[in-house]
Design a protein around this ligand. Structure first.
Ligand SMILES: *[C@@H]1O[C@H](CO)[C@@H](O)[C@H](O)[C@H]1NC(C)=O
Length: 278
């Protein structure tokens, strides 16, 4: 009876979860560091299982991808900005135990994706986590700073077996490929005016096209304004938003100051607004 009511309610509000193989099973992954073998190579990641985990509840799955020279610990434990506040780019606290988080570790802190090795690693994490825990396979997301941003873009471009529903690319930079790059994926790009915003714009434009968007970018904030400007495009597909801020290559910009402040930054709130809108 409870199940029927749930199904009815889910149908009534237009929500149909796509439960993974791990739903209804005893969980076979615990929070903490994990190792998977990918084509003969051991690869590491950290997983965070929500407190009060319910194996009948299909959770969002959110990847937090580190930057050049960063680590899975930096992402999972908020190191380098503010521990606790900045875990998984600040999303852990906002999700309030409604999402499973993973932080993959690049080889020597990079994402060169030699021979497709990093993208295969992401696939393997999906396979393992979705088989071990209850994930809504329509609700996979990724967030990353710098090379972690462009790696999120590159994987969103794959139209692969484990597609992202939406991504947040903060100061996306570094080598990446967008191939074939035709799938509509929700997109939030955030870039400092003293960084290389045109790099971020070129990635954003791909999703403006894929998602059937129109509209003009609002003029960026002035240098010295210590503020940000947001543009929300009109899209027939998933949403695309773009933020420019008065600042450089930083993951946690905030209004009223320079550099990073994890508690004051608007980045987590905007990213969570996007990810929780599906
Ligand atoms: C961030 O902002 C908070 C609240 O305004 C303040 O207490 C804290 O000192 C700031 N942290 C940094 C690293 O600037």
């Amino acid at each position: 009876m409870k199940r029927l009511v749930t199904l009815f309610l889910a149908g009534a509000i237009g929500v149909a979860a796509a439960p993974s193989a791990g739903c209804g099973q005893a969980p076979s992954l615990e929070s903490g560091p994990q190792t998977v073998n990918v084509n003969g190579q051991d690869r590491n990641f950290i997983v965070r299982v929500p407190e009060g985990y319910d194996n009948n509840n299909p959770y969002r799955l959110i990847f937090g991808v580190h930057w050049w020279g960063g680590s899975m610990e930096d992402v999972a434990y908020g190191q380098t900005v503010e521990p606790g506040v900045w875990n998984y780019y600040g999303l852990e606290r906002l999700a309030e135990e409604t999402a499973i988080f993973v932080a993959p570790q690049g080889i020597d802190g990079n994402w060169y994706n030699d021979g497709g090795s990093d993208y295969a690693f992401f696939d393997e994490i999906n396979r393992l986590v979705e088989g071990s825990l209850c994930v809504d396979t329509d609700l996979r997301f990724s967030i990353g700073f710098s090379w972690g941003g462009s790696t999120s873009v590159g994987i969103a471009c794959r139209d692969g077996e484990f597609p992202f529903r939406a991504i947040t690319a903060i100061a996306a930079a570094g080598p990446f490929e967008c191939n074939p790059g035709t799938a509509p994926v929700g997109y939030l790009g955030i870039h400092g005016i003293a960084d290389n915003p045109d790099n971020g714009r070129s990635m954003r434009d791909r999703f403006l096209q894929n998602n059937g968007c129109s509209g003009e970018e609002n003029p960026p904030p002035g240098s010295g304004s210590l503020s940000h400007v947001r543009t929300d495009y009109e899209c027939s597909g998933p949403p695309v938003s773009w933020i420019t801020f008065d600042g450089g290559h930083t993951p946690a910009p905030w209004d009223g100051g320079q550099g990073d402040n994890g508690s004051e930054s608007y980045v987590p709130g905007y990213a969570w607004d996007l990810f929780s809108s599906f």
